[in-house]
Each structure stands twice: as structure tokens, then as C-alpha cells.
Design a protein around this ligand. Structure first.
Ligand SMILES: *Cc1c(COP(=O)(O)O)cnc(C)c1O
Length: 385
């Protein structure tokens, strides 16, 4: 098989540590749902689901039917799949057929789910998503009682599997007033359920930040995305954790992901010559340059042109010139032993040096999540211990 121009490695032991860390916080009675939307935040959904199951994860959340299908293909068949986002009406029978639970975010969805359930001859497991203050998706309070009576009347077709909402912005303390409001409104929905004598099997509202820092949001399940990949949801959540638990020798959240390539070519550049497109970089002295076989079309941010660096031989090699579509150059004048074919670390560790996604994104103004989730699915992912 021919090779791709770069490769991604996933460290299974790091995921195990992250899952255990979060499970310890939430306790054993709360379900850990691993959020694997956006190609598992760029990690690679198929490989990620495999190592997550080996780490004891039994519940996955996705944002589309397409992603649900990817999990379905990767799982050993014993995990629950929950679809939080878009599901086209035509795909509802498919979801029911495969035991995929799904969010119902408006009333119109309910009769559609009943129709689909009749067609398949199987009950649909629905999670009613309610509007608590982010004005994204979710049922409003005024249509909620109607939805509850509909659920009651159609119990042979619908299982009221969950009642949920999303705490938008829980990672930032400046949003605390809004999050508090959302929690209150969610409780009011739970009370309406009680009053109507119909209650969900599980209740869930927490994302990573809430699962780490807000015990009153755990309920029966937490939906953990960013933290399971080894990233603190925000510096504030990290700081809060440290102030409550003291500083540990090692960060309890560990990066799973590294991204590597190899030196494609090496060349000498005389003083005064330009490197790459245009006149963006001029050699101020005789330089030795290594050519990298990837560029912005492979997910490497173009904003790192003339800034940022890669690791070669355990040393930092600064980027010189523009990031091209499928090539860029780095300065290896200070790394004279480097040879064509040597390993290059784009993100991750090499000997005593590390390049974090955050050091990447700090200078490019990209969110970690944004940069990671844009990494092409075509880059091969391999699992390491
Ligand atoms: C993405 C998402 C999450 C996970 O959020 P993180 O902050 O990455 O943990 C949880 N719930 C919903 C509905 C989401 O869309």
C-alpha cells in the first residue's frame, strides 16, 4: 500500500488515564458518554472508538447519522450510540433498526418517530432536548406538555430514554450566571415531567467542563468531548481543579494524539536567496533547509507561515516561508545531522521537546477543537500503547 504524506498516532494508555480520571470524578453510577463527533475531534473516529471500548467506554455520542454509522462500523456491538444532532426524516427508520438513540429537538419529530417505529416494528429510543437558554436546538416550555402527553399516548412506539440540554459555555466562569439559569430551567422541565407522571430513563446536561467542575450537573450521564482527548476545557477549569486538588506531579489529562511526517528533501540555500513562494522569507546567512511533504491541504495551518516550528532530532526547527498547499520548509542549519527520511514531529513529543496543539493554536488564533477537527480523515491513524 502506498503511503500518505503524514501519520497520526493515538496513545491508548493516555486515553485510559483520561477516562479513568473523569470516571473517578463522576462516580460509578453516572454513565460516561464519549463524544466522538467531528471524526473524534480529529483523532479518527474508527480507531478512537476501538481504543475507547478497550478503555471501558460503552456509550458514544455523535452529531450526525453519518457519524453514527461510522461508530456502528467500528464498535464491537455492545456500546450504545446516541445521536445528538441532525437526523433526516428518511434516516429515522435506519436509526431505530440499529438501536441508535436520538435527540428529539422539536415536537414535529415525535410523530415522525412513531411512523418510523411502525415501519421498522421496533420502539424508538428518544431523548427530548429542551431549550434552557442557548437558543440553539431544543423544545420550548410551551410545547413540552404536549410532547409529554404524546409520549404517554405512544408508549408502544416510543421510549422516553432521556431528557437533556446543553450547557453552552460552561468552560468560562464569566458565563456562570447563564449556566446557573440553564440548570434552573432544566430542573423546571424535570418537575413538569414529574407532575405529568412520565419521567425519562436518564437525565443529562453535562459537557467536559461541567463533568470536571460542576457535580450538580452530573445527573445520570455526562457527555465528554474535549477532556477525554486530554485537553482542559479552559485554563479556568484547569485552575479550579488545581486549586481544589493541589498541584500534581503529572497532569491527570494526557494528550492522546501525535502527528508525524518525514523529511522529504534537504537543500543548501545561499545567503540572500528567497525560500518558497514570493519574497516572504530571505536567507540572512547560508542555510540548510528541510522540505516537509505536507501543507495546508493536509490540515497544517497556513497561519503558521514564518512562525511555529517542527521537531527534528529532538530539536526545534523553525518554519521558513509560507505554508504551501502540500509543502513547507524548515530551517535545520542548527541540526546538521538531519537526513532525508528522518522522523519529523508536527504535534507531540520527540526526545525532550514537545509541541502542543495549544502552542500551535495560540499563534494562529484557532481553537484547539477547530484545528484538530479539520485534520483530513484521509491521514492514517495508528494506535500505540
Ligand atoms: C460537543 C458536545 C458535547 C461535548 O462538549 P465538550 O465541551 O467537548 O465536552 C456535549 N454535548 C453536546 C450536545 C455537544 O454538542
Amino acid at each position: 500500500m502506498v503511503k500518505h504524506s503524514s501519520r497520526i498516532e493515538l496513545k491508548q494508555s493516555a486515553l485510559e488515564a483520561n477516562v479513568n480520571f473523569i470516571k473517578n470524578i463522576i462516580g460509578k453510577d453516572v454513565i460516561f458518554s464519549s463524544v466522538v463527533k467531528a471524526n473524534a475531534y480529529g483523532h479518527g473516529i474508527k480507531e478512537f472508538v476501538q481504543i475507547a471500548e478497550k478503555s471501558g467506554v460503552r456509550h458514544f455520542s455523535v452529531a450526525s447519522s453519518f457519524e453514527a454509522e461510522e461508530v456502528l462500523e467500528a464498535t464491537d456491538g455492545k456500546s450504545t450510540i446516541m445521536l445528538m444532532g441532525i437526523i433526516y426524516t428518511d434516516d429515522i427508520p435506519w436509526a431505530i433498526e440499529h438501536d441508535i438513540e436520538f435527540f428529539v429537538y422539536n415536537f414535529e419529530r415525535l410523530p415522525e418517530a412513531v411512523e418510523a417505529s411502525k415501519k421498522v416494528g421496533k420502539k424508538a429510543k428518544v431523548h427530548i432536548e429542551v431549550e434552557t437558554g442557548s437558543n440553539r436546538t431544543g423544545m420550548h416550555k410551551k410545547e413540552f406538555p404536549k410532547a409529554l402527553s404524546f409520549l404517554k399516548d405512544n408508549q408502544e412506539h416510543l421510549i422516553f430514554q432521556g431528557l437533556c440540554t446543553h450547557l453552552g459555555g460552561a468552560e468560562s466562569p464569566s458565563n456562570q450566571f447563564k449556566i446557573d439559569d440553564q440548570k434552573k430551567r432544566y430542573k423546571a422541565f424535570l418537575e413538569i415531567c414529574q407532575e405529568n407522571g412520565i419521567e425519562p430513563n436518564i437525565r443529562h446536561i453535562a459537557c467536559s467542563a461541567a463533568a470536571i467542575a460542576m457535580p450538580d450537573t452530573f445527573y445520570d450521564l455526562v457527555r465528554v468531548g474535549v477532556a477525554q482527548y486530554g485537553f482542559w476545557p479552559s485554563p479556568e477549569i484547569h485552575y479550579q481543579y488545581l486549586s481544589e486538588h493541589g498541584k500534581q506531579e503529572e497532569d491527570p489529562l494526557k494528550r492522546i494524539f501525535s502527528w508525524k511526517t518525514d523529511i522529504m528533501d534537504i537543500r543548501e540555500v545561499p545567503e540572500g536567496d528567497y525560500i518558497g513562494y514570493g519574497t516572504v522569507f530571505q536567507a540572512s546567512h547560508a542555510m540548510k533547509i528541510a522540505v516537509m511533504p505536507l501543507g495546508y491541504s493536509n490540515g497544517y495551518p497556513r497561519a503558521l507561515s514564518n512562525r511555529g516550528y517542527v521537531l527534528i532530532g529532538g530539536k526545534k526547527a523553525p518554519i521558513v516561508g509560507l505554508i504551501n498547499m502540500n509543502l513547507f520548509m524548515v530551517d535545520i542549519t542548527q541540526i546538521p545531522d538531519a537526513k532525508v527520511g528522518d522522523e519529523v514531529v508536527l504535534i507531540g513529543k520527540q526526545e525532550n521537546e514537545v509541541i502542543n496543539v495549544s502552542s500551535f493554536t495560540d499563534s494562529t488564533q484557532l481553537l484547539n477543537n477547530e484545528m484538530m477537527s479539520r485534520l483530513p480523515a484521509a491521514i492514517p491513524r495508528t494506535i500505540v500503547r
